[in-house]
Design a protein around this ligand. Sequence first.
Ligand code: FE
Length: 129
Amino acid sequence: MNYSDKDKFREVLSNEEYSVTQNKGTEPPFSGKYLNNKKSGVYSCICCNTALFSSEHKYESHSGWPSFFDIIDSENLKLIEDKSHGMSRIEVTCNKCGAHLGHVFDDGPKPTNKRYCINSVSLRFNNEE
Ligand code: FE
């Protein structure tokens, strides 16, 4: 990402959106605006609007963050090994703009057994109802 992109995001994103997507922050658990959103629609990247997750794959994980058991298109996400904070995790980022979104774990429901644990502030919900 070049300087002008960072500069643009500094202007258009809220402080929390910037902290999470550009500096790999985490919103406080049970605080996100999409945690209990049960409407039909698509969740896109707050930074570049790439479609990332569908309400069809959203489920209640009781983790405190919006959780999805599948993704719309693997081309739109980039998974990165993350050894920070003394843990070994898989970071989930937007493949188009590099925004940090959250992490993916292997304790999700069938059929994928995946739990994409995603910060609300990294997403924009597009209501299809
Ligand atoms: Fe993006």
